[in-house]
Design a protein around this ligand. Structure first.
Ligand SMILES: Nc1ncnc2c1ncn2[C@@H]1O[C@H](COP(=O)(O)OP(=O)(O)OP(=O)(O)O)[C@@H](O)[C@H]1O
Length: 228
């Protein structure tokens, strides 16, 4: 990302959500994005994921220039390269676990078998259950399986543990760390929980739409080693 700016609205009501952000993310990196509410974290993630466009500046992903991409190009970029995980799981209630994940394999070019994705999130035995029969943490793990079944290079997580209790949140973090280390998927995780920063290769802190600091933790911790 180079000199990335995003302004919502115009005139007196304009909100400058991102101001001149420069950031390079290496393939396979695990980045934790911290910052106060309203500091621009989701805006940054949405632009990186091709869900939104910057007002000015440049975003590149490998040889794709997202800034000039047409709507169709952005759709293809999201479909082929990006997996999203949000705070709320957005599963389809009338479909089983397996069917929720299989929806993605129907449109992906090189998906992994659904059962492999479910095994990665330790949910293979629940494949025929419906979302309402699962706990919040299990539903989030289905959402992660759905995000990674197409083998995206980039996994973008916006508050993935925000709705979960301590133990369940840790289980979900374990799954994200495993995807990052076993599949080499680049992971960017937004959180309000500064303790999660210990899992990262780098911790990027936003303040008022700008990068306030980038830190490299002395040693990358496993989720089991984190406490809050
Ligand atoms: N669609 C929009 N229209 C107008 N302003 C917006 C819009 N989306 C976000 N904003 C504003 O842009 C700023 C950054 O919002 P953003 O959601 O990126 O922050 P955040 O750091 O993710 O916050 P939180 O931690 O509360 O989710 C905020 O001031 C927000 O009110």
């Amino acid at each position: 990302m180079r000199d990335l700016c995003k302004t919502y609205g115009a005139g007196d009501t304009a909100v400058r959500a991102l101001r001149h952000v420069d950031l390079d993310v290496a393939s396979g990196e695990f980045i934790v994005l911290l910052g106060a509410s309203g500091s621009g974290k989701s805006t940054l993630l949405n632009i990186l994921g091709g869900l939104d466009r910057p007002t000015s500046g440049e975003v590149r992903f490998l040889d794709h220039r997202l800034t000039d991409a047409s709507d169709d190009d952005l759709t293809r970029y999201r479909r082929e390269h990006v997996g999203f995980v949000f705070q709320f799981y957005n599963l389809i209630p009338s479909l089983t676990v397996r069917e929720n994940v299989a929806l993605v394999t129907d449109i992906a070019s090189d998906p992994m078998p659904v059962d492999q994705a479910l095994a990665l999130v330790a949910l293979a035995p629940r494949r025929d259950h419906f979302p309402a029969q699962l706990s919040g943490g299990e539903q989030q793990r289905v959402a992660i399986a759905r995000a990674i079944v197409k083998r995206p290079q980039l996994l973008l997580c916006d508050e993935p543990t925000g709705a979960l209790d301590y133990v369940t949140g840790k289980l979900v973090l374990e799954v994200i760390a495993r995807i990052n280390s076993e599949l080499g998927t680049t992971a960017i995780v937004i959180t309000h929980n500064a303790a999660i920063a210990g899992m990262a290769d780098r911790v990027v802190r936003l303040a008022d739409g700008a990068i306030a600091s980038i830190e490299v933790p002395p040693r990358r911790l496993t989720p089991a080693e984190l406490s809050w």
